[in-house]
Design a protein around this ligand. Structure first.
Ligand code: AP5
Ligand code: ZN
Length: 213
Protein backbone atom coordinates (compact mmCIF):
# COMPACT_ATOMS: atom_id res chain seq x y z
CA UNK A 1 0.00 0.00 0.00
CA UNK A 2 0.99 3.61 -0.60
CA UNK A 3 -0.43 5.85 2.10
CA UNK A 4 -0.40 9.49 3.09
CA UNK A 5 -1.08 10.59 6.68
CA UNK A 6 -2.30 14.15 6.98
CA UNK A 7 -3.48 16.07 10.04
CA UNK A 8 -2.56 18.95 12.34
CA UNK A 9 0.33 18.82 14.85
CA UNK A 10 -0.49 16.35 17.62
CA UNK A 11 -3.30 14.62 15.72
CA UNK A 12 -1.59 11.21 16.12
CA UNK A 13 0.21 10.63 12.80
CA UNK A 14 3.48 9.63 14.44
CA UNK A 15 1.67 7.49 17.03
CA UNK A 16 -0.25 5.43 14.46
CA UNK A 17 2.60 5.18 11.91
CA UNK A 18 4.64 2.39 13.54
CA UNK A 19 1.49 0.28 13.98
CA UNK A 20 0.42 0.70 10.33
CA UNK A 21 4.01 0.14 9.23
CA UNK A 22 4.25 -3.22 11.02
CA UNK A 23 0.79 -4.37 9.97
CA UNK A 24 1.41 -3.79 6.26
CA UNK A 25 5.25 -4.00 6.06
CA UNK A 26 5.67 -0.50 4.70
CA UNK A 27 8.47 2.00 5.03
CA UNK A 28 7.68 5.05 7.18
CA UNK A 29 8.87 8.37 5.78
CA UNK A 30 8.30 11.26 8.18
CA UNK A 31 9.67 14.52 6.81
CA UNK A 32 9.59 16.11 10.28
CA UNK A 33 11.74 13.29 11.75
CA UNK A 34 14.16 13.45 8.80
CA UNK A 35 14.49 17.22 9.10
CA UNK A 36 15.06 17.05 12.87
CA UNK A 37 17.81 14.48 12.30
CA UNK A 38 19.39 16.81 9.72
CA UNK A 39 19.21 19.77 12.13
CA UNK A 40 20.79 17.71 14.92
CA UNK A 41 23.60 16.56 12.60
CA UNK A 42 24.07 20.14 11.27
CA UNK A 43 24.02 18.98 7.65
CA UNK A 44 23.57 21.63 4.91
CA UNK A 45 19.89 20.61 4.73
CA UNK A 46 19.53 20.94 8.50
CA UNK A 47 21.14 24.36 8.52
CA UNK A 48 18.65 25.55 5.90
CA UNK A 49 15.64 24.04 7.69
CA UNK A 50 16.35 24.98 11.32
CA UNK A 51 14.97 28.51 11.49
CA UNK A 52 11.62 27.78 9.82
CA UNK A 53 11.10 24.70 12.00
CA UNK A 54 11.78 26.57 15.22
CA UNK A 55 9.23 29.22 14.22
CA UNK A 56 6.63 26.59 13.32
CA UNK A 57 6.70 27.56 9.66
CA UNK A 58 7.05 25.18 6.74
CA UNK A 59 10.47 24.70 5.16
CA UNK A 60 10.64 25.29 1.41
CA UNK A 61 8.98 22.83 -0.96
CA UNK A 62 12.27 22.15 -2.79
CA UNK A 63 13.99 20.93 0.39
CA UNK A 64 11.31 18.41 1.38
CA UNK A 65 10.58 17.26 -2.18
CA UNK A 66 14.29 16.46 -2.52
CA UNK A 67 14.29 14.41 0.70
CA UNK A 68 11.24 12.41 -0.38
CA UNK A 69 12.52 11.85 -3.89
CA UNK A 70 15.73 10.34 -2.43
CA UNK A 71 13.91 8.30 0.20
CA UNK A 72 11.48 6.74 -2.28
CA UNK A 73 14.46 5.19 -4.06
CA UNK A 74 15.27 2.99 -1.05
CA UNK A 75 14.69 -0.73 -1.70
CA UNK A 76 12.59 -0.96 1.48
CA UNK A 77 10.10 1.55 0.05
CA UNK A 78 9.40 -0.29 -3.20
CA UNK A 79 6.54 -2.43 -1.85
CA UNK A 80 4.75 0.46 -0.24
CA UNK A 81 5.20 3.45 2.05
CA UNK A 82 3.63 5.70 4.63
CA UNK A 83 4.23 9.39 4.09
CA UNK A 84 3.82 11.14 7.47
CA UNK A 85 3.79 14.93 7.22
CA UNK A 86 4.23 15.07 3.45
CA UNK A 87 2.82 16.54 1.21
CA UNK A 88 1.94 19.65 3.18
CA UNK A 89 1.36 22.09 0.31
CA UNK A 90 -0.45 21.66 -2.99
CA UNK A 91 2.87 22.16 -4.80
CA UNK A 92 4.33 19.22 -2.83
CA UNK A 93 1.27 17.11 -3.73
CA UNK A 94 1.72 17.88 -7.42
CA UNK A 95 5.43 17.06 -7.26
CA UNK A 96 4.64 13.79 -5.52
CA UNK A 97 2.18 12.87 -8.28
CA UNK A 98 4.94 13.50 -10.81
CA UNK A 99 7.48 11.39 -8.90
CA UNK A 100 5.04 8.50 -8.57
CA UNK A 101 3.91 8.73 -12.19
CA UNK A 102 7.53 8.36 -13.26
CA UNK A 103 7.68 5.18 -11.19
CA UNK A 104 4.34 3.91 -12.54
CA UNK A 105 2.58 3.86 -9.17
CA UNK A 106 0.03 5.98 -7.30
CA UNK A 107 -1.24 6.84 -3.83
CA UNK A 108 -3.88 4.36 -2.58
CA UNK A 109 -5.28 6.21 0.40
CA UNK A 110 -4.99 9.50 2.29
CA UNK A 111 -5.75 9.10 6.00
CA UNK A 112 -7.07 12.41 7.28
CA UNK A 113 -6.58 12.77 11.05
CA UNK A 114 -9.55 15.04 11.72
CA UNK A 115 -9.53 16.74 15.12
CA UNK A 116 -10.48 20.03 16.73
CA UNK A 117 -7.63 22.50 17.39
CA UNK A 118 -8.50 22.93 21.09
CA UNK A 119 -7.48 19.35 21.95
CA UNK A 120 -4.01 19.73 20.47
CA UNK A 121 -2.26 22.00 22.97
CA UNK A 122 -2.48 19.43 25.77
CA UNK A 123 -1.23 16.68 23.45
CA UNK A 124 1.70 18.74 22.17
CA UNK A 125 2.91 20.20 25.47
CA UNK A 126 2.77 16.77 27.18
CA UNK A 127 4.68 14.90 24.48
CA UNK A 128 8.09 13.32 25.11
CA UNK A 129 10.02 11.56 22.36
CA UNK A 130 12.85 9.08 22.00
CA UNK A 131 14.82 10.81 19.26
CA UNK A 132 16.67 7.86 17.71
CA UNK A 133 13.61 5.63 17.26
CA UNK A 134 10.92 8.31 16.89
CA UNK A 135 8.80 6.68 19.61
CA UNK A 136 6.58 9.20 21.35
CA UNK A 137 5.01 9.27 24.78
CA UNK A 138 2.66 11.55 26.66
CA UNK A 139 2.86 12.41 30.35
CA UNK A 140 -0.91 11.83 30.69
CA UNK A 141 -2.14 9.81 27.69
CA UNK A 142 0.79 7.44 27.05
CA UNK A 143 3.25 7.61 29.98
CA UNK A 144 6.54 5.68 29.73
CA UNK A 145 7.13 2.93 32.32
CA UNK A 146 9.88 5.02 33.94
CA UNK A 147 9.15 8.77 33.71
CA UNK A 148 11.61 10.42 31.30
CA UNK A 149 13.01 7.19 29.81
CA UNK A 150 12.27 5.10 26.71
CA UNK A 151 10.50 1.78 27.41
CA UNK A 152 12.62 -0.20 24.93
CA UNK A 153 16.15 1.18 25.28
CA UNK A 154 15.99 2.92 28.66
CA UNK A 155 17.52 5.98 27.02
CA UNK A 156 16.39 9.47 28.08
CA UNK A 157 13.40 11.12 26.40
CA UNK A 158 13.42 14.72 25.18
CA UNK A 159 10.85 17.38 24.32
CA UNK A 160 10.78 18.89 20.83
CA UNK A 161 11.85 22.51 20.62
CA UNK A 162 8.70 23.42 18.67
CA UNK A 163 6.36 21.77 21.21
CA UNK A 164 5.41 24.97 23.03
CA UNK A 165 1.97 26.59 23.09
CA UNK A 166 3.35 29.64 21.24
CA UNK A 167 4.99 27.73 18.37
CA UNK A 168 1.96 25.44 18.15
CA UNK A 169 -0.13 28.50 17.18
CA UNK A 170 1.98 29.13 14.13
CA UNK A 171 2.14 25.41 13.24
CA UNK A 172 -1.67 25.33 13.31
CA UNK A 173 -1.81 28.44 11.15
CA UNK A 174 0.47 26.79 8.57
CA UNK A 175 -1.72 23.71 8.69
CA UNK A 176 -4.98 25.55 8.03
CA UNK A 177 -3.56 27.84 5.35
CA UNK A 178 -1.21 25.53 3.47
CA UNK A 179 -2.12 21.92 4.27
CA UNK A 180 -5.93 21.91 4.35
CA UNK A 181 -5.96 22.60 0.58
CA UNK A 182 -3.95 19.37 0.18
CA UNK A 183 -6.85 17.42 1.74
CA UNK A 184 -9.21 18.98 -0.83
CA UNK A 185 -6.75 18.08 -3.59
CA UNK A 186 -7.03 14.39 -2.65
CA UNK A 187 -10.79 14.60 -1.94
CA UNK A 188 -11.24 15.46 -5.61
CA UNK A 189 -9.45 12.22 -6.42
CA UNK A 190 -11.82 10.34 -4.07
CA UNK A 191 -9.11 8.70 -1.95
CA UNK A 192 -9.52 10.43 1.44
CA UNK A 193 -10.60 8.49 4.55
CA UNK A 194 -11.53 10.68 7.53
CA UNK A 195 -10.45 9.38 10.94
CA UNK A 196 -11.93 10.48 14.29
CA UNK A 197 -8.50 11.47 15.67
CA UNK A 198 -9.86 12.78 19.00
CA UNK A 199 -10.62 9.20 20.10
CA UNK A 200 -8.19 7.12 22.23
CA UNK A 201 -5.20 5.68 20.28
CA UNK A 202 -6.52 2.08 20.13
CA UNK A 203 -9.82 3.26 18.66
CA UNK A 204 -8.02 5.35 16.06
CA UNK A 205 -5.98 2.26 15.15
CA UNK A 206 -9.11 0.19 14.53
CA UNK A 207 -10.54 3.02 12.38
CA UNK A 208 -7.30 3.01 10.38
CA UNK A 209 -7.57 -0.74 9.81
CA UNK A 210 -11.20 -0.34 8.75
CA UNK A 211 -10.25 2.38 6.27
CA UNK A 212 -7.51 0.20 4.77
CA UNK A 213 -9.45 -3.08 4.57
P1 AP5 B 1 6.30 17.28 11.96
O1 AP5 B 1 7.33 16.55 12.71
O2 AP5 B 1 5.64 16.60 10.81
O3 AP5 B 1 5.25 17.80 13.01
P2 AP5 B 1 3.67 18.03 12.93
O4 AP5 B 1 2.99 17.85 11.64
O5 AP5 B 1 3.46 19.30 13.60
O6 AP5 B 1 3.10 16.81 13.65
P3 AP5 B 1 3.49 16.24 15.04
O7 AP5 B 1 4.65 15.34 14.92
O8 AP5 B 1 3.55 17.34 16.05
O9 AP5 B 1 2.13 15.45 15.37
P4 AP5 B 1 1.74 13.94 15.22
O10 AP5 B 1 0.43 13.91 14.48
O11 AP5 B 1 2.82 13.06 14.70
O12 AP5 B 1 1.43 13.63 16.75
P5 AP5 B 1 1.87 12.40 17.69
O13 AP5 B 1 1.36 11.13 17.14
O14 AP5 B 1 3.30 12.48 18.04
O15 AP5 B 1 6.92 18.64 11.37
C1 AP5 B 1 7.72 19.48 12.16
C2 AP5 B 1 8.21 20.67 11.32
O16 AP5 B 1 9.02 20.21 10.23
C3 AP5 B 1 7.12 21.50 10.64
O17 AP5 B 1 6.60 22.49 11.51
C4 AP5 B 1 7.90 22.09 9.45
O18 AP5 B 1 8.69 23.18 9.85
C5 AP5 B 1 8.81 20.96 9.04
N1 AP5 B 1 8.21 20.09 8.02
C6 AP5 B 1 7.94 18.76 8.14
N2 AP5 B 1 7.40 18.26 7.02
C7 AP5 B 1 7.33 19.31 6.13
C8 AP5 B 1 6.86 19.43 4.79
N3 AP5 B 1 6.33 18.38 4.13
N4 AP5 B 1 6.93 20.65 4.21
C9 AP5 B 1 7.46 21.71 4.85
N5 AP5 B 1 7.92 21.66 6.12
C10 AP5 B 1 7.86 20.47 6.76
O19 AP5 B 1 0.98 12.74 18.99
C11 AP5 B 1 1.21 13.88 19.78
C12 AP5 B 1 1.07 13.54 21.27
O20 AP5 B 1 -0.27 13.13 21.56
C13 AP5 B 1 1.97 12.39 21.73
O21 AP5 B 1 2.47 12.68 23.00
C14 AP5 B 1 1.03 11.16 21.76
O22 AP5 B 1 1.43 10.24 22.74
C15 AP5 B 1 -0.31 11.80 22.06
N6 AP5 B 1 -1.40 11.11 21.34
C16 AP5 B 1 -1.39 10.63 20.07
N7 AP5 B 1 -2.57 10.09 19.74
C17 AP5 B 1 -3.38 10.25 20.83
C18 AP5 B 1 -4.74 9.91 21.10
N8 AP5 B 1 -5.51 9.29 20.18
N9 AP5 B 1 -5.25 10.24 22.31
C19 AP5 B 1 -4.48 10.86 23.25
N10 AP5 B 1 -3.18 11.20 23.04
C20 AP5 B 1 -2.63 10.90 21.85
ZN1 ZN C 1 4.83 13.45 14.02
Amino acid sequence: KRLILVGPPGSGKGTQSPIIKDEYCLCHLATGDMLRAAVAAKTPLGIKAKEAMEKGELVTDDLVVGIIDDALKKPSCQKGFILDGFPRTVVQAEKLDEMLQNRGVKVDKVLNFAIDDVILEERITGRWIHPSSGRSYHTKFAPPKAPGFDDVTGEPLIQRKDDTAAVLKSRLESFHKQTEPVIDYYKKKGIVANLPAEKPPQEVTSEVKKALS
